[in-house]
Design a protein around this ligand. Structure first.
Ligand SMILES: CC(C)(COP(=O)(O)OP(=O)(O)OC[C@H]1O[C@@H](n2cnc3c(N)ncnc32)[C@H](O)[C@@H]1OP(=O)(O)O)[C@@H](O)C(=O)NCCC(=O)NCCS
Length: 199
């Protein structure tokens, strides 16, 4: 699995990912039920420069999870979503770790995440990351104060970011090569079919 920050050119990947979520997953991610149009408007407003949108990608360079960090004046909000068929494989946990690392490198001093109080996986992720969880009126709020990054944190971030970008683009290249190979096979077959005289 590869985790890397998305660029503004990948907005449609984010839209497709969120639109593919079930009604219940949308409720868990956004803490309310959202129609397609509202999700689409939300994606239109995402700021890829000020904020961070991390993507988790599979071996075919497809998005299987997203994590967002939206900057605020005193604290920044995080949010997570992993594709239903890939849950329970620590993808959420890895996204959270990388997002916290990224926030620390960006000089953010406090992060938080909001979730419905019955959201056990999100609660476990937050607790494991050392976040302080408070619950009221069916919603939970988990917060973490961040330390200033030291040389070791910086080095870890540089290595992880560099490796993941390299791995992603080689995976993407391989996926495209596979696609080209498929097309070549089709291109050979199609004329043969088209030239076959009908009975
Ligand atoms: C929350 C979410 C991102 C977690 O992603 P994930 O990849 O499944 O998470 P992980 O595999 O890292 O598991 C996190 C923890 O939850 C536990 N867990 C996973 N699925 C579980 C389930 N169905 N029931 C109970 N615990 C579960 C894991 O064992 C792990 O706990 P541990 O660290 O103590 O072992 C995912 O469930 C999701 O996309 N939910 C919908 C959106 C959402 O709820 N977002 C949160 C609000 S922003």
């Amino acid at each position: 699995m590869i985790i890397r920050p998305l660029t503004v050119f990948e907005r449609e990947n984010v839209r497709n990912f969120y639109l593919s979520l079930s009604e219940d997953d949308r409720r868990r991610r956004f803490c309310c039920t959202l129609a397609d149009e509202t999700i689409s408007k939300y994606v239109d407003r995402l700021n890829f420069t000020r904020d961070t949108i991390l993507g988790a990608f599979d071996e075919r360079a497809q998005v299987i999870g997203l994590a967002e960090l939206v900057r605020g004046p005193d604290q920044s909000e995080m949010a997570f979503s992993v594709r239903a068929d890939r849950r329970g494989q620590k993808i959420g946990t890895k996204l959270l770790e990388r997002l916290i690392l990224r926030a620390s490198i960006c000089g953010i001093r406090k992060v938080f995440v909001m979730f419905l109080s019955d959201n056990t996986p999100m609660r476990k992720m937050a607790v494991r990351a050392g976040m302080r969880v408070e619950t009221a009126d069916g919603e939970s709020h988990a917060a973490l104060e961040l330390q200033s990054p030291n040389a070791q944190t910086l080095a870890r971030w540089l290595v992880e970011e560099g490796l993941s970008q390299g791995k992603y683009f080689s995976t993407l290249g391989a996926a495209h090569l596979g696609l080209l190979a498929d097309r070549t096979t089709c291109a050979v077959r199609e004329p043969a079919g088209a030239l076959t005289p009908s009975a």
